[in-house]
Design a binder for this molecule. Structure first.
Ligand SMILES: NC(=O)c1ccc[n+]([C@@H]2O[C@H](COP(=O)([O-])OP(=O)(O)OC[C@H]3O[C@@H](n4cnc5c(N)ncnc54)[C@H](OP(=O)(O)O)[C@@H]3O)[C@@H](O)[C@H]2O)c1
Length: 185
């Protein structure tokens, strides 16, 4: 499992249920890593997406305590609502999971259909699943956002940088994309 996130200099992730930065080039990067694969997100992050809907072209697994596990999430208005085909990049499906054990069992059972599992936020879900991740792809903005109310968990003691891309620029913002692998225990 891998996690993808955009953070500021202080591990800041978001404010008022929105992202801290809207980096156009980073959207392409997110797409590259998730298209045809499966993204895992919390219900608040799903609600913050355009129209509160899952992104097309990928399976979306939603962690949400208040909905029954394994049920199609009712924002999924896709041709896959009947659960027919969720293997291709044109399809998407949303499930919700009451707890992490059921989520973990589901991804093991459906391994072949789901492709890569990409943890996509928010703060609660990164914190819950960081130990399950062996790879992190972090867009690191070299600035401190003014207002932050959610943070990525501290990870640098347990992961090593294996690759770095950048610097990239969006206006005056500089950022690098760093690939981390979990340290051997
Ligand atoms: N910078 C980035 O890369 C990035 C990416 C994504 C999101 N974000 C930001 O992160 C913020 C949202 O993060 P957040 O922490 O508020 O919300 P979140 O992680 O999107 O969702 C939290 C939800 O997870 C559910 N949950 C908690 N524990 C669970 C468990 N053990 N099993 C199953 N579900 C569980 C809860 O559902 P219930 O509501 O049912 O209790 C909780 O409301 C926003 O500001 C967003 O913009 C940033």
């Amino acid at each position: 499992m891998k996690a993808l996130a955009v953070i500021d200099k202080n591990l800041g992730l978001g404010y008022a249920n929105d992202l801290l930065f809207h980096l156009p080039t980073d959207l392409a990067h997110f797409k590259k890593h998730t298209l045809g694969q499966s993204v895992v997100m919390g219900d608040r992050t799903l609600a913050s997406m355009p129209k509160g809907q899952a992104l097309p072209g990928r399976n979306t697994l939603v962690l949400d305590i208040s909905r029954p596990s394994g049920k199609l999430y009712d924002v999924a208005k896709s041709k896959d609502q009947q659960g027919a085909d969720y293997s291709g990049p044109e399809s998407y499906i949303c499930y919700s999971f009451e707890n992490l054990d059921e989520f973990r069992a589901y991804i093991i059972e459906n391994k072949d259909k789901l492709g890569d599992i990409v943890v996509s936020g928010g703060a609660t879900i990164y914190r819950l699943l960081l130990d399950d991740c062996d790879e992190l792809v972090i867009t690191e903005v070299e600035a401190a956002a003014e207002k932050v109310d959610v943070y990525f968990p501290e990870f640098r003691d347990n992961f090593d940088v294996v690759k770095s891309e950048g610097p990239y620029y969006d206006g005056s913002l500089e950022y690098n994309i760093r690939y981390y692998k979990k340290k051997e225990k």
